[in-house]
Design a protein around this ligand. Sequence first.
Ligand code: SF4
Ligand code: SF4
Length: 370
Amino acid sequence: MDVKITKFHEECIDCKSCMKGCPMLYSFTVSPKILLHHFTTQKPIASMAFSCATCGLCAQVCPKDIDFGEVFTQSKNEYATQKNVLKKYGYGAVVFHQKSSFSKLFSTTKKFTQGEYTHMAFMPGCALASYSPKLVYTIFDYLRSKLSGIGIIQQCCGTPTRMMGDIEQFQKYHTQLETDLAAMGATTVVTACENCYMSIKNNAPHINIVSLYSVLNEIGVPKEMVGRYTNLPKVALHDPCPTRFESKIHKDVRALMHTIGLPFEEFKANREKTLCCGSGGMLELTNPVLAYEQMHTRANQTQCESIVSYCQSCTESMSKGGKNGLHLLDFIFAPTMPSQQVEQGSFKKWYNRYQSRRMITMLKDTSLKN
Ligand code: SF4
Ligand code: SF4
């Protein structure tokens, strides 16, 4: 890293492009070059490293390919070996979340034996199951009607642990996920979550990871949803930052918006230049003040009252930022879609996940619609 830092410092032209849109750099420095100079002799202080949302924007916009995210990620990984440091940044809550997420109470798999797509598994992701077990059920029911034999896995991808820098524990969780997928015979995973997508893509290259939005664009949305929303007021579309470089997902999401007829406008910073919603990198836990500032900043970069995203965490962030955050999947699968998501407390979210898991365990192989 030292060699890289020296190179970063030498090459930085202090144009400050990386500061525009970054949730945290501005609160620690007025000059990225001075900051990099500092890093040549000292590693970032923990409060700085744990304020990085790992959104990837700085590296995307830097004319010299300097990646502050990489610097802070490495620092977080080093700090994570000191449990007393991790504790200061709320790791206790992450440990609880992750242990629960991987427990039998909240995770399960269901494999089906007949059908053309028994090699596929739908992975809704923690946030979607916490939001609405009914939505998870409806999506899966639809997928089964089109992709006979597809299974389902309710499991976390371990991203919260990785974001906190505890790579050793992340590897254990990731191995658990891979083991469960292997037991299902799943070689293709269809996910609704952008963090699951990137985690599996980067850590399990032998698994074919596909976005649910690409699958829906290919198999089509429920026919009663085609052109359904042409009379609604315009919404803004927010791209989640984990998949900022996944241009196919960007394209497929926009195609779906056109198919359902939902009028929308782009944020000025969209696709690969999208901004963090404020919840990236566990920022709500590690630096809540910056997290809420970023939520408010992003939500107010559009005149639209409603902001649609295809990540449940982003959707919630847009509501916390003062706008009406809505999930694209609610438009596609809920004919009586609420005009806004109801805020749910932690207990209700865990209850929802339990209900989602229960629904999955009750599915019968014989109910295949093929
Ligand atoms: S964008 Fe790159 S070159 Fe410009 S100030 Fe930031 S790190 Fe330096
Ligand atoms: S990765 Fe995102 S939050 Fe971290 S320094 Fe870069 S722009 Fe800022």
